[in-house]
Design a protein around this ligand. Structure first.
Ligand SMILES: Nc1ncnc2c1ncn2[C@@H]1O[C@H](COP(=O)(O)OP(=O)(O)OP(=O)(O)O)[C@@H](O)[C@H]1O
Length: 232
């Protein structure tokens, strides 16, 4: 199993009271698969992704990724894991405004061990022509594609996407999902995606429904739908 999450718990202190955000979450995902975490706002999706991505710490339980127990790593090993093994795509692109498209990507590839070539990833996301442009000269969809290029240039084993279509219009969002599907098949990257859009679940091998900090249902799809055919 590529990802194994076992009985993960996380609370935040809210003044005197404890807000239990994850109440014992368990899930598994095979290598090269696409998993989608579906859930309403506040159900704990981002918290779960942040712990799997080594950005946040759990209170208890464990996360294994490709045989490594992420929840047992010290800070140096976690930094190494974030740098070399995980790519992050967020709803807000977080591009650096005064760097070109190519430079935004190289900021990441320069610190990664097994980075891909900038032109290879620009071609994969269809932005070869824009490599010398600055973020503000790009559309929202193009900016999101740069953020995907930046996430995959480190050749991550795992791509974590938090509402990757959230800020995009319908057609652009579908293009983005096709691109993620292409990356999954071209590079064999395992993808875990968070969304509240139930239509997206058709493209996933596995769907986890998160409600109020608990997985209430896991659905496996033997056949997945091409992103271009998804409608919402
Ligand atoms: N750093 C934090 N400190 C305190 N509370 C937090 C923190 N991060 C998240 N929370 C709380 O945890 C709960 C779950 O948040 P989370 O962001 O994981 O939900 P989500 O399902 O991703 O929501 P959304 O779809 O709105 O992004 C919320 O009630 C939120 O206020």
């Amino acid at each position: 199993m590529f990802i194994t999450v076992e009985n993960l718990k996380k609370s935040y202190l809210m003044g005197e009271s404890k807000n239990e955000v994850l109440k014992g979450v368990s899930l598994t995902l095979e290598k090269g698969e696409i998993g989608v975490i579906l859930g309403p706002s506040g159900s704990g999706k981002s918290t779960l992704m942040n712990i799997i991505g080594g950005v946040d710490h759990a209170d208890s339980g464990s996360v294994h990724v490709d045989g490594v127990e992420i929840t047992a790593l010290d800070d140096d090993a976690l930094t190494d894991y974030r740098r070399n093994s995980v790519g992050f795509v967020f709803q807000f692109y977080n591009l650096i405004p005064n760097l070109t498209v190519a430079e935004n990507i190289e900021v990441v590839s320069n610190i990664s061990k097994s980075a891909l070539n900038t032109d290879t990833v620009l071609e994969a996301v269809g932005l070869e022509e824009k490599k010398r442009s600055f973020p503000k000269q790009l559309s929202g969809g193009e900016q999101q594609r740069v953020s995907i290029a930046r996430a995959i240039v480190k050749n991550p084993k795992l791509l974590l996407c938090d509402e990757p279509t959230g800020a995009l219009d319908y057609e652009t969002a579908r293009g983005m999902l096709s691109l993620l599907q292409k990356i999954n098949s071209d590079f064999g990257t395992t993808i875990l995606m968070v969304t509240h859009n139930t239509a997206i679940s058709g493209m996933a091998n596995k769907v986890y429904k998160l409600r109020d900090g608990e997985i209430v249902e896991t659905i496996r799809h033997d056949e997945t739908v091409a992103a271009e055919r998804i409608e919402w």
